[in-house]
Structures are given as structure tokens and as C-alpha cells.
Design a protein around this ligand. Structure first.
Ligand SMILES: *Cc1c(COP(=O)(O)O)cnc(C)c1O
Length: 410
């Protein structure tokens, strides 16, 4: 049977993706090899358990695929153990918490409006119901303030300290956090563990362009589909042998049932790609383009965060007198996709927001150059100022996109 109804939806989505400038910082385009892996025959196999210890027979080949994914992940992130089964980043966090703390324990995470994820203690997430969340603020400049973190740890004595964010544009000093936690633990009654959720920056870490949290944290979680450019999925990493068994049983059978072995195969392919020298070149391009766009907007008089990674936050309220919601809609009308985002010290409601989160992981995959990143900044400026007609803006955006690779040929 050919499911024409659904095929038509695929074609429309392909057209949408090809036609637009994708600047959502959490998105990316996986390679053909990764996409094909997602539809491989491994999907037809039940494999509850772990390689060589499954609950079903016939697992010899999925065992080989999962072992390959684990070995490659361990090599890529320089860690002793990788669990590649989590279905998503949120599932990875769900399991990781269970592996290291008990319900009711105290977790210290970033104030959510400053760039934390839903699973870092949001009232609408399981996390806030199962654990007691307390928070650390950013400094006045919107950057992590390590002295404040040290002070908050001593005040609150949490069981777990959590770093890693969804909308933080600067580098994170994981080494310094480890030192602060060690200093706290030297006199604290209950030891505090260190967890890093590197979902957004995993690709930058894989490329060796920023500190690797696996060197410093007790447990690290990630997604595989953001800067890492793999299939939609999650992963948990550790260098602590004593946590391996706990992580395994937290993922299966506690949080999940049968693993998605086809997605695990796709993760293995994505890790192999990230181990290639060309991935580092790609990620250097992402950082260059992001910095160029942010810089161009600031040279035009906009209030923007600056950046040390693949994203920045544009204060559209200060820059254009409009909300993030409005700015997102205006850009979408001309083929530029972004998302509204709270900025540090935001005065608007979460449904409105004062900022836009802008990232270049996806556009760079398609071939966006630094010059084009600057042209996109100038185009966004004109659109948000209302200084260009919708038709002209659409044409300009289409002109940029026309030089890029088709998403199905990557
Ligand atoms: C995206 C993200 C996640 C969750 O990933 P999903 O796969 O959407 O569940 C978790 N943590 C952080 C910091 C993220 O940015």
C-alpha cells in the first residue's frame, strides 16, 4: 500500500524545510545516512535489556549495533560508559535523576526563565513533582556567576547540582563548577552530585570546541538531534563505574521498555560522523555564523546577548519595541523561523517574551556562509523595523536559501 495521504504531508514538509531559513537553535538536519538508519530493519526487533543480556532471543545483530553506538559515543565524549537507549532528552533526564537521587531529594538548577529546560524543575513537568527544586540565578550581565553558585550551594545543601541549559549563549566552566562542588562537599553534611544536561551543546563538545562536562560531572545527559545532528533521541554518559548499573536499570526497566534499535543505529552513524574532522569544521562554521549574525545586529543598534556558542538571544522589546511573540510571527511570514524566548530579567509574560532565540546549527548544515549570516541579520532587522515590504523580504530570504543544499540531499 502506498499511503498517499501521508506522502503528501511529507512532501509539503520537505518543501517547507527547503524553502525557509531555519534559525531555531535546537533544530538541525541529519544526513541521509542517519535518516536511512532511522528506517532500517532494526526497528522490527524487540530487545528489552542490554547487549548480551536481553529478555528475547534473536538479538545478535541489534546487540552489535547497540555496542557500536556505545563504543562510538564513549570515544566521542571520552567517557567510560554511554547508555544510548533513552528515547529523548527528557526521558534521559527522567532516568538520570532516578539513577542518582531519591524522590523528595533536593536539586539545584538554573532559574527556569534564565534558560533552564522543563525537566529542570518546571511546575508542568514530572521533575517538580518528584524532586524539590531550588535555583541559582544568573548574574546581572546574564552570565553564570560562580561565586553566587558557591553561596547557593552552601545555603541550600542540595543532593544534586544541575548545569546545562536550553537558552544560554555563553560557554560554561564545568571545571570551575566541579571545584565549587568539591569545596562545598568538603564541609557539607550530605554530598552533592554534579549532573550536566548538555542537550544543546553536545555537538560543540564533540568537536572539542568547549569544555567536556564528562571530565567533571558525575552524570551527563544529552539529546542527539540538536547540535550533534543525529536522530531524535537521548543518551546518558558517565565516567563513574559505580553508577553504571544504576543508570542501566533507571533507563530499563524503570523509565522505558524496549529500546528503539533503529534509532540506536542512527545514533551510531551520527557519532561516526561527529568523529570525522569535517564535523569540527562544520561546528566552527556554526560558531562563526552565530557570532557574525549577533555582531551584525548589534552594529545596527540592536540589544543582543553576544554569543560563545551556537545561539544568542535578541532583545526585540528593547531593540524594536515589540514582543518576542510578535517578532517570531513577523519573521515567520517571510520565511525565517525562530522562537520567542524569555531573556534575563524579562518583564513580559512567558506567552509573550521579550526575546528571540536565534541559532545557526541548522542553517550552517545547509551551507550558510558568514556573509549570508550577516545578510540574514540585516534582513531580520528590516523586517522587525517594518522597513521592508513582506514581498521584498520574502524574495530576499528566498535568494539566500536558493544557494543552500536541499535537506533531502544532505
Ligand atoms: C531539548 C532539551 C531537552 C529535552 O529534549 P527532548 O528530546 O525534547 O525531550 C532536555 N534538556 C535540555 C537542556 C534541552 O535543551
Amino acid at each position: 500500500m502506498i499511503d498517499q495521504e501521508l506522502r503528501n504531508i511529507y512532501l509539503r514538509e520537505e518543501k517547507r524545510q527547503n524553502g525557509g531559513i531555519e534559525l531555531i537553535a535546537s533544530e538541525n538536519y541529519p544526513s541521509r545516512e542517519v535518516r536511512e538508519a532511522c528506517s532500517s530493519i532494526l526497528m522490527a526487533k524487540y530487545a528489552e535489556g542490554y547487549p548480551e543480556h536481553r529478555y528475547y532471543g534473536g538479538c545478535v545483530n541489534v546487540d552489535a549495533a547497540e555496542n557500536l553506538a556505545m563504543e562510538r559515543a564513549q570515544k566521542l565524549f571520552h567517557c567510560r560508559y554511554a547508555n544510548v537507549q533513552p528515547h529523548s532528552g527528557s526521558q534521559a533526564n527522567y532516568a538520570a535523576y532516578h539513577a542518582v537521587i531519591r524522590p523528595g531529594d533536593k536539586v539545584m538548577s538554573l532559574i527556569l526563565n534564565d534558560g533552564g529546560h522543563l525537566t529542570h524543575g518546571s511546575p508542568v513537568s514530572f521533575s517538580s513533582e518528584m524532586y524539590r527544586f531550588v535555583h541559582y540565578p544568573l548574574g546581572e550581565d546574564g552570565r553564570l556567576d560562580y561565586d553566587v553558585i558557591a553561596k547557593r550551594l552552601d545555603e541550600e545543601n542540595p543532593n544534586l547540582f544541575l548545569a546545562g541549559y536550553s537558552a544560554y549563549p555563553f560557554a560554561i566552566d564545568f571545571r570551575r563548577m566541579r571545584e565549587i562542588i568539591d569545596a562545598h562537599n568538603a564541609h557539607a553534611e550530605t554530598p552533592c552530585l554534579f549532573m550536566v544536561d548538555m542537550a544543546h551543546i553536545a555537538g560543540i563538545i564533540a568537536a572539542g570546541l568547549t569544555q567536556n562536562p564528562c571530565e567533571f560531572a558525575d552524570i551527563v545527559t544529552t539529546t542527539t538531534h540538536k547540535t550533534l545532528r543525529g536522530p531524535r533521541g537521548g543518551m546518558i554518559l558517565t565516567n563513574r563505574e559505580d553508577l553504571v548499573k544504576k543508570i542501566k536499570s533507571a533507563v530499563f526497566p524503570y523509565a522505558q521498555g524496549g529500546p528503539l534499535e533503529h534509532i540506536i543505529g542512527a545514533k551510531a552513524t551520527c557519532f561516526a560522523e561527529a568523529l570525522e574532522p569535517s564535523f569540527k569544521e562544520y561546528m566552527e562554521g556554526v560558531l562563526r555564523n552565530t557570532a557574525a549574525c549577533d555582531e551584525e545586529l548589534r552594529s545596527l543598534g540592536c540589544v543582543s546577548s553576544g554569543t560563545e556558542n551556537h545561539l544568542f538571544l535578541l532583545d526585540v522589546l528593547a531593540s524594536f519595541g515589540i514582543s518576542g511573540k510578535e517578532a517570531q510571527a513577523k519573521l515567520e511570514e517571510v520565511g525565517i523561523t525562530t522562537n520567542k524566548n524569555m531573556i534575563h530579567g524579562d518583564t513580559l509574560k512567558p506567552s509573550e517574551c521579550s526575546g528571540l532565540r536565534i541559532g545557526f546549527a541548522a542553517a550552517t548544515t545547509r551551507g550558510c556562509t558568514e556573509e549570508q549570516a550577516r545578510a540574514i541579520a540585516r534582513l531580520m532587522f528590516k523586517v522587525l523595523k517594518g522597513a521592508i515590504s513582506q514581498d521584498e523580504a520574502k524574495e530576499e530570504a528566498a535568494g539566500i536559501v536558493s544557494t543552500w543544499k536541499d535537506v533531502m540531499t544532505l
